[in-house]
Write a protein that binds this ligand. Structure first.
Ligand code: AGP
Length: 606
């Protein structure tokens, strides 16, 4: 899940590459490198560590040239160091490649190449590609790349250039690759944000596509050489959307973008007058008997909220699975199953493969997805876009609340269509849903944020945290714990509050902060009795309470008041306080919240 960029045109390639990599660094930041062609040579410069290490050196010694390729790495094979950094060049330096993905049969290919006299510089699987292309090269770069790719198994987004050719050759299978169409210049990248400053005309390459870029155009074929037509999509995100907009980090910016993101998620889908929800999908809401929700990480927790809502409002049995398990457990799936995959990036490989597994079993498929043109959207029967805009921070925030918002819409839509929701119930929930952007705006008011910051800093030295929630807010506790783990590296566990006394209660002592989601709900009393159990073991209770709930404040060491919301939509509002708790804890501990260690934004390898 590296970030790759390519450019051919009249600008200084180095500038396009570095600005593109800066917008892709969320995909991996173990090392970075560029290769720039200038007349009779291709010069490679690469550095371990964050992009700043490389760009600092390039400021001292710029690489002139108007054709180049660049890479930011998330290490899979070989340590993060200068040698294993991409680009990888052949010994004579005439051919250079960058790669995103994993070559599964690289060891056997490498052994064969060494036997045939090739010398390897790095420990990476990717370098094998450079040698295979070199071996097949007889003056036609495209043909050589095609011959090399015919030998490899695995995932790749590969970009290649050769000193003798004013062209860039690229190909993708599994790993994402998008092309940007300019006036007299062409661009390539793993993801749209890298190209937005230069063009909004994008061509999303499909699995098995190869493309040759020249200054004035491109040609797409499949791996057998047959011409392929791909549409040019005009992206409605602007470059500004991919900038920090004056915030310290993308994560904080995206937390504050949630009211606008939710407004977009609900846009044109709620009809207060008729009490109807209109989802721009063609799915027949009565054509299935059970639902499988499949996702990873934060998207999985949104799925758990979705399960609760759909079962409550539409009375359809729902199962929720982590994708990496679903795809290998030979799931019970049939034409009576609706498989819903949830993903911000639309590229997470476990979820993509789980989608293929569900399709194999005959399921109808629906995606709750953010990234337009992503791989999953091309294989789904239907996609309910969440329209949250680009999410750059590795820790997902606005995509989560918009995913949950989309599940509220879906549960309402199914409930209406299957007659399990009365007009009055639908009206009540529609009003509550329409309130969400305002309630989230309110959850972000400075006084609340200051209080969350105070509480976060008070407990920032804690070694462990416990998060508890019940009912529709049990997943809120899971998401809160994940956010804290991801960016502060503090060990955090989450449990359905009623489950605590069956084991985790043993963890509680005076050093353990316990966050309890105890907002207005039919389970509040039960939740407060769990708070008592924690207090009885001297645990430090941080309670999320609904505005005005002064009675239960007495049971907590610290209270974070959140705007009062309808129980069914409260997970959206409650998540904001937990995102900020994690954010302020991590910044207090000096962590890089946008690029937390060991993580990457979209996980495109197994
Ligand atoms: C969340 O903050 C993480 N970045 C991660 O758990 C993420 O939710 C997971 O990798 C799924 O990504 P997706 O939504 O792009 O499929």
């Amino acid at each position: 899940m590296c970030g790759i960029v390519g450019y051919i045109g009249s600008r200084q390639a180095q500038d396009v590459l570095i600005s593109g990599l800066a917008r892709l660094e969320y995909r991996g930041y173990d090392s970075a490198g560029v290769a720039v062609a200038d007349g009779g040579q291709v010069v490679v410069k690469k550095k371990a560590g964050k992009l700043a290490n490389l760009s600092g050196e390039l400021e001292q010694q710029p690489l002139p040239g108007t054709l180049g390729i660049g890479h930011t790495r998330w290490a899979t094979h070989g340590l993060p160091n200068d040698t294993n950094a991409h680009p990888h060049a052949t010994e004579d330096g005439r051919l250079v490649i960058i790669h995103n993905g994993i070559i599964e049969n690289y060891l056997s290919l490498k052994a064969g190449l060494i036997e045939r006299g090739h010398t390897f510089q790095s420990e990476t699987d990717s370098e094998v590609l450079a040698h295979l292309i070199e071996e097949a090269y007889a003056g036609d770069l495209e043909a050589a790349v095609r011959a090399a790719l015919a030998q490899v198994r695995g995932a790749y987004g590969i970009v290649v250039t050769h000193v003798d050719h004013r062209e860039i050759v690229a190909a993708r299978t599994v790993s994402p690759l998008v092309m940007g169409v300019g006036e007299g210049e062409m661009f390539l990248a793993s993801d749209v944000p890298a190209l937005l400053p230069y063009t909004r005309d994008m061509v999303f390459l499909h699995d098995g596509d190869m493309v040759v870029l020249h200054d004035d155009g491109y040609r797409i074929t499949d791996l057998q050489g047959n011409p392929q037509e791909r549409p040019i999509d005009r992206i409605d995100w602007d470059a500004e959307a991919a900038e920090k907009g004056g915030y310290d980090s993308y994560m904080l910016k995206e937390i504050y973008e949630q009211p606008a993101a939710l407004t977009n998620t609900l846009m044109g889908r709620l009809h207060d007058d008729t009490g109807e929800v209109n989802l721009d999908i063609s799915l027949d809401p009565t054509a299935f008997k059970r639902i499988s929700v499949i996702a990873c990480g934060t998207a999985y927790y949104a799925g758990l909220v979705g399960e609760y809502l759909i079962e409550q409002l539409a009375r359809i049995p729902v199962e929720v699975d982590v994708a990496s398990e679903y795809r290998y457990r030979n799931p019970l799936v049939s034409e009576h199953t609706l498989a819903i995959v949830v993903s911000q990036s639309g590229e997470t490989i476990d979820t993509l493969e789980a989608l293929r597994e569900a399709k194999k079993g005959g399921a109808k498929t629906l995606g709750i997805i953010n990234a337009k043109g992503s791989s999953m959207t091309r294989e789904l029967d239907d996609t309910l876009y969440i329209h949250a805009g680009p999410e750059i921070g590795v820790a997902s925030t606005k995509a989560y609340t918009s995913m949950v918002g989309a599940f509220v819409l879906l549960a309402l839509w199914l409930g209406r269509a299957r007659g399990t929701l009365t007009d009055a119930q639908a009206q009540e929930l529609l009003r509550a849903t329409r309130e969400l952007p305002r309630l989230v705006e309110e959850a972000l008011n400075p006084a609340r944020v200051a209080e969350i910051k105070r509480v976060a800093e008070k407990y920032a030295q804690a070694r462990d945290y416990l998060f508890l929630g019940r009912g529709v807010n049990a997943p809120t506790a899971f998401e809160g714990a994940l956010k804290l783990k991801e960016i502060s590296y503090i060990h955090a566990e989450a449990y359905a509050a009623g489950e605590m006394k069956h084991g985790p209660i043993a963890l509680i002592d005076a050093n353990l902060p316990v966050v309890v989601v105890a907002t207005e709900s039919h389970l509040l009393e039960k939740t407060i009795s769990n708070v008592q159990e924690v207090r009885a073991r001297s645990g430090k209770v941080i309670a999320l309470l609904s505005d005005g709930d002064t009675e239960n404040a007495a049971h907590a060491d610290d209270v974070l008041y959140v705007p009062r919301a309808h129980e069914m939509v409260s997970p959206v509002v409650n998540a904001v306080a937990l995102q900020l708790l994690a954010y302020f804890t991590a910044t207090y501990l000096g962590k890089d919240v946008d690029k937390p260690r060991n993580l990457a934004k979209s996980v495109t390898v197994e």
